[in-house]
Write a protein that binds this ligand. Sequence first.
Ligand code: GLP
Length: 265
Amino acid sequence: MALTEKLTITHIELTTTKPEIAIREFRTAAEAAKAAAQTILTTVIHNPEARIMFPTGNTQIPIYEELVLLAQDTQVDFSKIHAFQLDEYVGVTPEDKESFTGFLRTRVYDPLHIPHQQRHEIHGMAPDVEIEAKRYNDEIKKQPIDLVILGIGPNGHIGFNEPNTPFESETHIATLTQDTLSRDQDRGQQLHTHAYTAGIANILEAKQILIVGFGKNKGELFDKAFNASPSIACPASALQNVSHRVTAIMDTPAAAVVHAGKQNK
Ligand code: GLP
């Protein structure tokens, strides 16, 4: 084989390396939240029957507020989507203050008029947790999820996939770590030690993954997740394995930390 052919082959191999996670940076958290809401809206415009998995958390509050306003303004119809929730504490009813089901009903499902039969909810009070986890996992796996939205937790968790959760995990009951419990305690929440969560494998199987975070602290978490090698010590780092399907939306304070971390790599 001539030398030039060998070089061509080398070049092709080099171009197949994984792309980096796409980072979209916005000056303020409010602008970033608007962009995240627009991403959700665009998914529904392109696919009115999209299967979307929604997270909870403070980060999501402005995103969902924007989404509801955008849906009203544009008259985009959400009534055909299938809505999934990312996680839920074990032992809560939707009426409990901490319930993620309750959060999503109030902030997303009711205002967007998502019919009850298309709300795929985790039953926090199910009598058998293993059966409930399996039931929910089967629901998720019926067809691929089109879009999963994520925040990032204090120890790099996504959903409630805590550090040391295998990347192959599907829906399971997570034992919450001290980092997560302390965060919940600091927020004045009633403490729940266990939670259902879609697994890392369920998340990675989605056609599109959107992860959002604002501020320096979230930037530090993104830095660990995106700039170091993937490791089960940081669950969000699993996203690097499907980087071509991941977009991270953040504000400038978060992005500055990620960019600085990349330079020091
Ligand atoms: C919780 C949820 C996660 C969420 C994370 C970040 O632990 N299980 O799904 O991403 O918190 O929440 P916040 O945006 O409030 O910091």
